[in-house]
Design a protein around this ligand. Sequence first.
Ligand code: ADP
Ligand code: ZN
Ligand code: ZN
Length: 757
Amino acid sequence: MSEAEQPPTVDSGHLFDAPTALPAVRVLVDGLSDMVLDYAVPPGMQVQRGCRVEVPLRSRQTTGTVLTLVEEQHDYTLKPLLRLIEEEPVVSSTLMDLAEWAAAYYAAPVEQMLRCIVPEPVRRERHDEKTRKFVRLLRRPTDDELNKINVRAPRRAAILRYLMGSEDEGEFLSTLGGPPALAPCRALVELGLISMEERTVHRDPAGTETFAPSVPLTLNDDQRQALDVILEAFGNGNTKPILLQGVTGSGKTEVYLQAAAHVMAQGKGVLILVPEISLTPQTMARFKSRFAEQPGAVAILHSAMSDGERFDEWHSIRRGRARIAIGPRSALFAPVTNLGLIIVDEEHDSSYKQENSPRYHGRDLAVMRARMEGATIVLGSATPSLESILNARRGKYQLVRMDKRADDRRLPLTRVLDMRSEPKDKRYLGILSERLRSALEERLHKGEQSILLLNRRGFARALQCPDCGHVVTCEHCALPLTYHLTENRLVCHICGYRAVVPERCPECNSRGILLEGYGTQKVETVLKRCFPEARICRVDADVTARKNALRNILADFRAHSIDILLGTQMISKGLDFPGVTLVGVLNADLGLCVPDPRAAERTFQLLTQVAGRAGRGEIEGEVIIQTFSPQAAAIQFARRHDTDGFADNELGLREKFAFPPFSHLAVLTVRSEHEETAAFALSTLHKRLLEVLPPQVEISEPLPAPLPKAYGQFRFQCVLKAKRVRIISEIVSAEISRLSPGDSVTVTLDVDAYNFM
Ligand code: ADP
Ligand code: ZN
Ligand code: ZN
């Protein structure tokens, strides 16, 4: 986020200090994108900004959130509000400001931002948790019975099937669809299949898991210094972000824990953001343990929780019972009262960027929230984003470093293995080098554990030579060119440069220039063939789609009932397993072959993070990185754990090409089932934009996206670049709404895009 992006001036605050009710309010009506209507406030009703209200809409009634109070009312025909659902505003004034700021910045409807702030179960549930209906299965219907019910009343059958498939003893009505589920549930009660009762259970997403209390560790000098800086900023109410750059294993979490304890002892609230909670269960567990003596002090928020759990945790935070909220990106909107400290762990992680609308960046909004609330904010990482590194170098962030592992263990020895010189052994299908194979064998003999990482290939088809590692790149942007089948050309997605597809590698003249991809399943097959005795477990998106699957696998790995853990990026995050002495990266360079200005940064971060998983116990760790491009800067700097060296090198390149963090990029995408429709809509929009955009904004020509078709829709896109993001957001979103391309076309603008597919 650049300096120019200041928080909005809060000019409406004085209106709401007045205790008397004002004549009218502007309400954002639920369920309709950005439908804003004015309503009269009936005498005696104390409405504030952020309150939830019931309003008339045509012949029915619905709910909404009060956006602003309208000072003067001229229209005497305004319909009155029906009811104030709760006197207390459900959204604080600061969060309302944040939502409005974010909506403008990311060119998203305010309504969508508010949806993030007030989660679905909270919006849907109108009554207090004390009166919540809980539904339980009494008897499993036979298949025959179920079929019969399905024919007559599919909703009832759906509810039954849901209850039968649930691992829990029952569900709150809200989980089953809220009020509309009431009638079918009553019918099922009549049939004697289910029971329905009123319940007041606070459902804890950590479930029955118990957490043994942990005591604060004695900090080492680096940690002490980091904690001092944080507490000093907190003491002074300084909101300048603190960038905590600490190598993997330097003990950042302990610093977070002690900072949180201090802030909490001062009566203030704490917000902790983690990349993806199911991938970082240890962070959650460490907080639960440290504060185990204050039951309920730590609340967890994330989307995989049931509605009931989310409802309870959210309210527990809002009422100030829970003083620490932990969750992934969306938790940044948690209604923590009297917020004192925000921690963004692994701040570089791309999962902080939401990939569907509203496409906000959780870290950047957290920085903004801290500024608005006067809270201290800490961004922590071993491999900070170049955005944050540049901010620190420019003095906008305060840098604190922790360069040693907390236990004085050395960082693991990292070898880069050149796959171009590897004999093409049919048995291993070019997946396992001999060096990595024997290293795995050695660990199995010694009873030590290994992690194997497969870089996810992505969808883009860049050309890489398997013999020399050469990747065909753009002359102007130095990014890999993407192969387009339809025109049989290589195309640059940032500037539009085109090249013919070489028949032979321009570097080594080899003919085999298209690289074959492979997935985790194929690797698993090869591993099982190599090591029939080994206990191998695969973790990828297929496996983790099952509830609790990842948690169970990680518990098994910790208990050492798995020897080799094989997985994609998701196993590189924040895990701390003392038994792991070997980490192998199967295809380090695939992440480099994508047309994305952050490809090198991501690869560097991934390799450094995954290497940090090795050697956390008594025995020193080893890391083997297999690659076709051993000279790539991302790989060489990762081998030396050299974040600063990488940043110097990469920032130089980014500046040269005016890429982020020296500019903002936005991706404009048009999707449609019909190829021509999408192409036409984008080219129309593009022509308009060329006319209206000021010269400071660069816009690429419209092209099929690197991922040209997905979910049955053709995708076309162009990339916009500017120093100031607001110009893009304002002008492009205005043009999009002017275009009115019809129902069969979807137009999206991704501001500060992280995904160029
Ligand atoms: P990071 O989050 O920086 O990767 P962790 O917080 O996971 O590092 O710490 C790595 C290991 O070091 C953990 O096992 C942790 O318990 C231990 N550790 C952290 N601080 C200390 C300390 N001051 N003294 C001893 N061990 C520590
Ligand atoms: Zn070659
Ligand atoms: Zn280019």
